[in-house]
Ligand binder design. Sequence first.
Ligand code: NG6
Ligand code: CA
Length: 524
Amino acid sequence: MWPCFSKSPAGALDGLRRRRLLWLVSALLALPGLGVANGASPNIVLIYADDLGYGDLSCYGAARVQTPHVDRLAHEGLRFTDAHAAAATCTPSRYALLTGEYAWRKKGTGVLPGNAALIIEPGRATLASVLRRAGYTTGVVGKWHLGLGPEGGADWNAEIKPGPLELGFHYSFLIPATGDRVPCVYVENRRVVGRVRRDPIQVAYGQPIGSEPTGKNNPELLKMRPSHGHDMTIVNGISRIGYMSGGRAARWVDEEMADVLTRKAIAFLEKNRKRPFFLYFSTHDIHVPRVPHPRFVGKTGMGPRGDVIAQFDWCVGEVLGALDRLKLADRTLVLVSSDNGPVVDDGYMDDAVEKLGDHRPAGPWRGGKYSIFEGGTRVPLVARWPGRIQPGVSDALLCQVDFLASFAALAGQTLGPGEGPDSVNTLAALLGETRRGRDQVVEQAGPLALRQGPWKYIEPRKGQRRNAATNTELGNDPLGMLFHLADDPGETNSLAAAQTNKAAELRLELRRIRGVAAEGAAQP
Ligand code: NG6
Ligand code: CA
């Protein structure tokens, strides 16, 4: 841009005027927002699936379900084979994703009930607040599951605060917790959508509230029965976790959820197309209850679990289509990933087990959701930024806890002390400029595990080895385990007894990481 300042209509600028102009331009660029507005930093759309496994997409090898839209993204972008959610369940993963801090450092970050208070302190750096500070307009649409409201939980009939708007988001449209937890209502910014005063919403976990039928007492009212848990208040013919009364006009219809959320996500893109934006589009799919819109029913021959993968793929296609239509595709980094690994029976009799056949939801990895084996956290990750990311496949070791530092770098922001304490800037790997990602990463399920070089060390933990209800191998072992992942990617042969020195070295390293930390992070 400088050559255009080297001349005035009358000829060369004199020295003083030139210096003034230079100062003015640099002062303007230093203003929050203008750094990105000059086009150097892209829009960011993070499409975050729930419980989608490594093997659930056709670009990752699935054959019995086709995911053409994610496949297109992978074809035009970079597909990662060693990218991780920070934990093997939702709340800790999302906590780490938004704060850049491993969730195991902080108490109270396990899977939350639907009436939990917000677990991220307002004012701390989040993906949204850091990008907002860089001038981005920030929105979250979809599953939240990080609590809402003050200590004691939200009043669903009044202003719901603090929530995403206190964490740096300009806009939010939420499923407060999960699709299988009450309250079954959408919250837009600080209000329940469609609430009417004469039918107040009450929510309880523990003791029942209200007099509405439950799955336990009235199974004849159900259109899909629970296989374990999920036998409390019935909403839309499906019994949930937790009790809810009132808010009848506001309750969601599961079959419409993908459409509702996708419409909101696209409305956000359309409204903000002229400025740099960050959209965190956090789908309900493919979590339970798996209740696709009728147009997806029977699309895969794998029952509802397969059909909601097809529905998720449709959501991705709609977002990509909107970016094309708005001519934003070239200026937008689009990422698709998942919050934890897959599970087949997660509490409803939805034919997922019966119709699984030879489909392998975790791909080649052992375990799945809830598990410390690779299937727990190794998830799909695809990144596309046309003209900037060269299409291909990368085996760089990445973790979503690093999105904070990486997106901050992308937006020209420097993190202050204590901000994103565990977040490492791995932007170069994310953009495919290098195959080197993290040197080590901590994985979280019940036990923690340390990945370092070709090795994986799982700390000792007592407890059941397999969850009988979900049929998941949890990876608990009272002696701990050690795998040489490069030789044994399926984690079949623990070398803990044969390679005691290596196990001890990694145990100490894990202890050091636990104890260090991370400025601003609470000790475990
Ligand atoms: C479990 C639920 C499971 C799912 C999970 C959270 C039962 C028996 N199981 O407690 O269905 O909701 O919590 O999933 O209630 S997550 O993806 O949000 O972490
Ligand atoms: Ca999840």
